[in-house]
Design a binder for this molecule. Structure first.
Ligand code: CDP
Length: 571
C-alpha cells in the first residue's frame, strides 16, 4: 500500500490499534481488514448464505486503494469493543432541568464514543422568564450552552479528539441578539460551532425591511418585535468579526425533510452538513474522486463506470454500518433504523479540477460539479433501491415523502458532502469539495529547518514545463498564491487557483451546484481576504439564500487569533 507520510502519521497517532502499554499492534492494512470484515458481517442479517468473503474483499479493496473512506469513528471503532461508528448525532433539549441535563449526559456518552452532537436550544425559555416550580428566574439558552461546553471540555471523544458540538437558535427566539454575539469573546463556548436558524418569514422581512415577532417557546406568546434588518446586520457584524455565527435556512431544510411525519428538523451535526431529527445519527463516507481518474494520452478523464460501481459498493457499505453499529442510546438505535440515513460524498475535488485543467472559479468548474454530483446521487439512489428489494425499505417509508412517488428506497437520504478533515489526509487528497488552501507551504520542523511541501501534481507540471526550482516553491509558499508570481505561466495560474484566489461568489456558486444533487447538506467554508467588508459578507449570505444553499459558513482571513490554516510569512 502506498501511503503518504502525513497519512501514516495520522493513522499512527489516532487510528491504529495499540496495546495497553501504548505500543502499535496494527498496520494500516490490518486496520482496513478489521473494518472490512466487521462491516461485511452485516450481510448475514439479510442473507442466510451470504458471500461474506466477496463483500469483505470489495470493502477492503475500496479502502486499501484509497477509493472510499468511511467517517473516522468507523475506522477507529469497527470490530472493537466500543463499536460506535457514526460521526453525527442530533439530540433534543426540552425545557426542563431533567431534559437539559439528560441531554448533557447523552452528549457526553456520544463524545466518549467519538461522535459529534448538534442541538437546538430553541425550546428553552428565554433568560429572565419565570420558573414555576421555584418562582425563580430562568437562565436561558446561552447560560446552558456554557454548561454543555464545560461538560464537553472534560470528555475527550473516544480518547482521540475533543467533542464537537453545533448550537442552533431560531431567529425568532427572544434571546437571539445575545446568542448572535455569544462567541464574541473567542475564549468562550469553544467546543461549539454556532448557527442562527433563519426562517422564510425572517428572510422576507429582511428583504422588505420589516419587523418580525420574537416568540417565547414556553408560553408561545409574542414577547416583542425586532427589525429583521438589524438582526441580520448583527449576524453579519459578528460573522465578519470572527466567522461566527453561521446561518442555516431552517424552512428550506424542512422542505426537503424526507420524513416530516416523524418530526421537524431543528439542528444539524457539528460541521453543518447533516440535518437530522432529534435522536437520529448518520454515518458518512466519501469517495476519493482523484482515484476515479484515468490517464489518457492527452490528459486525464473521469472513469464514470468505476465511479458508478464504487458508489454502489459504498452505499452497501454504509447501509451495513447502520446494522452493525453499537449505538450509545436506545432512542438513537430506534430513530436511526427508522430512516436509515446515510451520507455519501466526495473528497479530492480540487485535485481533480487541476488534473482536468478546469479552474474552480469558472462556469465549466461549476458545471462539472453538477455533472459529477448528479451522477453520484443517481447511482446512490439506484443502489438504495436495489438494497430495498433485497432488504426492505427503511421502516418509516410509509410515512415518508417517497411513498407517493413510489420510490422504494432503503435509505431516507443517501448523499452528504462532509468536510473529510482527517479522512482526506489519510487518502492524501484535497478535502471535500474545498479548493486547496495553498499550492506550496513551509512546514517548520525543529528550530530552523524548513520543509517545503508542494502539491505533487503542481510539482510534476512545474518540472514538465521547466519552471520548477526549490527557490520558486519557497517564494510561492510565502506569497500564498500564484497570482503574482511571474515565473509561473498564465495558463497554469488560471488552473491552480487556491482558496483566496477564488471570489466568495464562486465559493457559493460551487456550494449551490453541489447542493442541487445532495439530499443532506454541503460542508463548505467561504473564504474572505482580511480586507473584505461587512457588505461583502452580506452579499454572500444573501446569495447563498438565493442560490438554494441550506446554510453558510464564512471565514475572513486573520479574523481569529489562532486559525487552523494560514499562508504566507508570519512574523
Ligand atoms: O474526516 P473525518 O471522518 O474525521 O470527519 P469530517 O468529515 O471532518 O467531519 C464529519 C463530522 O464528524 C462532523 O460534521 C462532525 O459531526 C464529526 N466530527 C466530530 O464530531 N469531531 C471532530 N473533531 C471532527 C468531526
Amino acid at each position: 500500500m502506498k501511503l503518504r507520510e502525513n497519512s501514516i502519521t495520522v493513522l499512527e497517532n489516532r487510528y491504529l490499534t495499540r496495546d495497553e502499554k501504548g505500543n502499535l499492534i496494527e498496520t494500516p492494512e490490518q486496520l482496513f481488514r478489521r473494518v472490512a470484515k466487521y462491516i461485511a458481517s452485516g450481510d448475514k442479517i439479510y442473507n442466510k448464505e451470504p458471500n461474506i468473503e466477496k463483500t469483505e474483499e470489495e470493502f477492503y479493496n475500496m479502502m486499501a486503494n484509497l477509493e472510499f473512506m468511511p467517517n473516522s469513528p468507523t475506522l477507529m471503532n469497527a470490530g472493537k469493543e466500543l463499536g460506535q461508528l457514526s460521526a453525527c448525532f442530533v439530540l433534543p433539549i426540552g425545557d426542563s432541568m431533567e431534559e437539559i441535563f439528560d441531554a448533557i449526559k447523552n452528549a457526553a456518552l456520544i463524545h466518549k464514543s467519538g461522535g459529534g452532537t448538534g442541538f437546538s436550544f430553541s425550546r428553552l425559555r428565554p433568560s429572565g422568564s419565570t420558573v414555576k416550580s421555584t418562582g425563580g428566574v430562568a437562565s436561558g439558552p446561552i447560560s446552558f450552552m456554557k454548561v454543555f461546553n464545560s461538560a464537553t471540555e472534560a470528555v475527550k471523544q473516544g480518547g482521540t479528539r475533543r467533542g464537537a458540538n453545533m448550537g442552533i437558535l431560531r431567529v425568532d427566539h427572544p434571546d437571539i441578539m445575545d446568542f448572535i454575539s455569544c462567541k464574541k469573546d473567542t475564549s468562550e463556548i469553544t467546543n461549539f460551532n454556532i448557527s442562527v436558524g433563519l426562517t422564510e418569514e425572517f428572510m422576507n422581512a429582511v428583504e422588505k425591511d420589516e419587523e418580525y415577532s420574537l416568540i417565547d417557546p414556553h408560553t408561545k406568546k409574542i414577547t416583542s418585535k425586532l427589525k429583521a434588518k438589524e438582526v441580520f446586520d448583527h449576524i453579519i457584524e459578528m460573522a465578519w468579526t470572527n466567522g461566527e455565527p453561521g446561518i442555516i435556512f431552517l424552512d428550506r431544510i424542512n422542505k426537503t425533510n424526507p420524513t416530516p411525519q416523524l418530526g421537524e428538523v431543528e439542528s444539524t451535526n457539528p460541521c453543518g452538513e447533516q440535518p437530522l431529527l432529534p435522536y437520529e445519527s448518520c454515518n458518512l463516507g466519501s469517495i476519493n474522486l482523484d482515484s476515479m481518474l484515468i490517464k489518457k494520452d492527452n490528459g486525464y478523464e473521469i472513469d464514470y463506470e468505476k465511479l458508478g460501481k464504487t458508489v454502489e459498493k459504498s452505499v452497501h457499505f454504509l447501509d451495513n454500518v447502520i446494522d452493525v453499529n453499537k449505538y450509545p442510546l436506545n432512542e438513537i438505535d430506534d430513530m436511526t433504523k427508522k430512516t436509515r440515513k446515510i451520507g455519501l460524498g466526495i473528497m479530492g475535488f480540487a485535485d481533480v479540477l487541476f488534473k482536468l485543467k478546469v479552474p474552480y472559479n469558472s462556469q465549466p468548474g461549476v458545471d462539472l460539479a453538477r455533472k459529477i454530483m448528479k451522477y453520484i446521487d443517481d447511482k446512490s439512489k439506484e443502489a438504495s433501491i436495489k438494497l430495498a428489494k433485497e432488504r426492505g425499505t427503511f421502516s418509516a417509508y410509509e410515512e415518508s415523502i417517497y411513498k407517493d412517488k413510489d420510490l422504494e428506497f432503503r435509505n431516507a437520504t443517501t448523499t452528504t458532502i462532509a468536510p473529510t478533515g482527517t479522512i482526506s489526509i489519510i487518502s492524501g487528497v484535497s478535502s471535500g469539495i474545498e479548493p486547496l488552501f495553498a499550492i506550496s507551504f513551509v512546514r517548520n520542523v525543529m528550530d530552523n529547518d524548513k520543509l517545503i511541501e508542494v502539491h505533487p501534481y503542481f510539482e510534476e507540471i512545474a518540472k514538465e514545463r521547466g519552471f520548477y526550482s526549490e527557490d520558486l516553491m519557497e517564494k510561492i509558499a510565502e506569497a500564498g498564491t500564484l497570482a503574482h508570481i511571474k515565473e509561473v505561466p498564465e495558463d497554469i495560474k488560471r488552473i491552480f487557483v487556491t482558496a483566496h484566489d477564488i471570489s466568495p461568489e464562486w465559493h457559493i456558486k460551487m456550494q449551490a451546484a453541489f447542493q442541487e444533487y445532495v439530499d443532506n447538506a454541503v460542508s463548505k467554508t467561504v473564504n474572505f481576504t482580511s480586507d473584505a467588508t461587512r457588505e461583502d459578507v452580506r452579499e454572500v449570505y444573501t446569495l447563498a439564500y438565493k442560490l438554494g444553499c441550506k446554510g453558510v459558513t464564512i471565514y475572513r482571513d486573520g479574523s481569529r487569533q489562532s486559525q487552523v490554516l494560514s499562508v504566507g510569512k508570519k512574523d
